[in-house]
Design a protein around this ligand. Structure first.
Ligand code: AMP
Ligand code: MG
Length: 320
């Protein structure tokens, strides 16, 4: 927790952004806001900086990082861009869609970013501060979520406190609150490696090709390495699809289930997504012994919410 060095939270104004860019240029790391969750940023071309990211998070070396780019043009320095990927970029970038593409041989990346894979995961974030950081550095920013590996993702600057990172660029709460959807682009199909903010029905409709679920059916469909690891673990046991209050259990409500804190009284899954991780942080420090979560419908962002909660429940069952 926290590390030995103090953590400084600075406003995401021009001065703050310039300070973070200086840090990144010097091989340092900093926590930065995006529209999905806070990221732990490093220059993707700098081996020492990327090593710092893995160390700060305690992230397994086999779990590659997403490289954040300003736009398609910058993406083309790193990956081959087949026509299908082009269409997706035109439609969804900047936004919460990460594309896994064949890595260019001359991509200016240090090997640890892609964990030695022949592919690279690229995303253009839709956040003015993160865009300014990327443009300031002038090249790709490697940025996994700014949490200790296995823990809840931070959607508020104060939740980065668990991580040993000297600098947090504070732009308030993240608008979407769930990580990006990670999609592997193949010639005539898409494989959803990680469900996320952008739901696969919307994706399939725009792409005009099927979106297969990693691991489901097609044996050859790979999972994102990251989904194999313990993830999103709250500090308390977590129960899903709970509708009744019970002593000692902090209930996250949804719609008509009020709970101790309602993720979305209106029953809006996008609103619930934006509140999810902050609500889990709140629940685990409430003094309760368990956390319960009301049923969330498996539609739109609800699919990714359910994915995160199922992983959180599983992780909370085999806590160390
Ligand atoms: P995070 O960095 O915490 O947002 O997680 C990024 C996710 O993208 C993890 O699940 C990674 O395993 C996945 N990922 C990153 N690069 C690749 C890649 N080249 N191929 C497949 N999955 C990837
Ligand atoms: Mg993560």
């Amino acid at each position: 927790m926290g590390g030995t060095r103090p953590q400084r939270r600075i406003a995401a104004d021009d001065r703050g952004i310039a300070e973070v860019v200086r840090q990144l240029k010097a091989g340092g790391i900093a926590a930065v806001p995006t529209e999905t969750v806070y990221g732990l940023a490093a220059d993707a071309a700098n081996p020492a900086a990327v090593a710092r990211v893995f160390r700060a998070k305690g992230r397994p070396a086999a779990n590659p990082l997403i490289v954040h780019v300003a736009n398609r043009e910058m993406a083309a320095r790193y990956a081959e861009i087949p026509p299908l990927a082009d269409r997706l970029m035109a439609r969804f970038w900047p936004g919460p869609l990460t594309l896994v593409l064949p890595r260019r041989a001359d991509a200016p990346l240090t090997g640890a970013v892609t964990a030695g894979l022949p592919t690279v995961a690229l995303r253009a974030p839709d956040h003015p501060v993160m865009q300014a950081v990327i443009r300031g550095l002038g090249r790709g920013v490697a940025a996994p979520s700014a949490n200790v590996s296995g823990r809840l993702s931070p959607t508020r600057p104060e939740h980065v406190a668990e991580l040993a990172v000297p600098l947090v660029l504070d732009a308030g709460p993240c608008r979407l609150g769930l990580e990006s959807s990670v999609v592997k682009v193949e010639e005539d199909r898409l494989v959803l490696l990680r469900p996320g903010s952008l739901d696969s029905a919307t994706l399939a409709e725009a792409a005009g090709v099927p979106v297969e679920l990693a691991g489901a059916g097609a044996k050859e469909a790979p999972e994102a390495p990251g989904t194999a690891f313990r993830h999103y673990a709250p500090r308390l046991p977590l129960d899903l699809d709970v509708t009744e209050a019970a002593a000692g259990r902090f209930l996250l409500g949804f719609g008509p289930v009020p709970g101790d804190l309602n993720l979305s009284p209106a029953g809006d899954v996008a609103e619930a997504a934006a509140n999810l991780f902050a609500a889990l942080y709140r629940a685990e420090t409430s003094g309760a012994e368990r956390i319960g979560v009301a049923p969330i419908p498996a539609e739109g962002a609800g699919i990714a919410i359910r994915d995160r909660l199922q992983r959180a429940a599983a992780a909370s069952r085999d806590r160390p």
